[in-house]
Design a protein around this ligand. Structure first.
Ligand code: HEM
Length: 195
């Protein structure tokens, strides 16, 4: 296996860990719609032996994923004499794709920073407070939109690498990403609309 292939595998593995976490996080966020279930979940989840290892795992996976992605990009741009003007079939200018990834990274880091500042016995109140602001709602919706585009693009790429080009798989990926994004977006939208 070449170094490039190893980096790609590492990036995919770290990305998969984050995807599993995202599905779990979205499902537990949905418990917001039942106050007792939400309180019960966070009372268990916010015990130090669960919360900190999960956060460490996500941060390590994020670091490995980004580091491998940067290394692959550098290698690819060294091998390419003429830079891409457009990124893949969607014809999105390459600098815009880079910018969106940087914004996504910032969104994740700002979000984690925000969660570290909240009183863990008052998670529901903190969420109500965050999304009573239209700016915060917009910030989250923008982050979620970029996350959805990133997931769509990268999961289809993983399929391609595995040699799977079936429309059924593509469709299931698109449906999965839409459901994930809608699940995440539902809580801030609900809070903002009912605030
Ligand atoms: C509408 C969207 C989201 C909402 C409302 C939300 C809400 C929350 C809340 C309330 C916590 C704090 C839990 C605690 O008490 O420790 C948290 C933690 C966290 N969130 Fe989110 N989140 C959202 C989207 C995301 C996304 C898209 C990502 C990643 C890409 C993410 C990554 C994390 C991480 C890494 C933590 C810290 C680890 C943990 O405590 O689980 N979140 N989120």
């Amino acid at each position: 296996m070449t170094l490039l292939q190893l980096r790609k595998r590492t990036m995919t593995l770290a990305g998969s860990v984050m995807t599993v976490y995202l599905i779990f996080h979205m499902l537990t966020n949905l418990s917001f719609f039942s106050a007792p279930a939400f309180e019960q979940f966070y009372a268990v989840y916010n015990q130090a032996w669960i919360r900190w290892p999960v956060l460490a795992l996500v941060l390590i996976a994020l670091f490995i994923h980004v580091r491998a992605a940067v290394a692959i990009r550098i290698k690819n741009s060294q091998a390419r004499r003429v830079a891409y003007k457009k990124h893949d079939k969607l014809h999105i200018p390459a600098p815009l794709v880079t910018l969106s990834i940087v914004i996504l990274l910032l969104f994740i880091l700002v979000h984690i920073g925000q969660t570290l500042l909240i009183d863990t016995s008052q998670v529901r109140a903190a969420m109500l407070n965050w999304f009573s602001s239209g700016w915060m709602l917009l910030f989250y919706l923008a982050g979620l939109l970029i996350l959805a585009m990133h997931l769509l693009h990268s999961l289809v790429n993983v399929l391609q690498t595995l040699g799977i080009s079936s429309t059924m798989y593509r469709l299931s990926i698109s449906t999965g990403v839409v459901v994930l994004t809608a699940g995440f977006a539902s809580v801030p939208l609900y809070i903002w609309m009912t605030a």
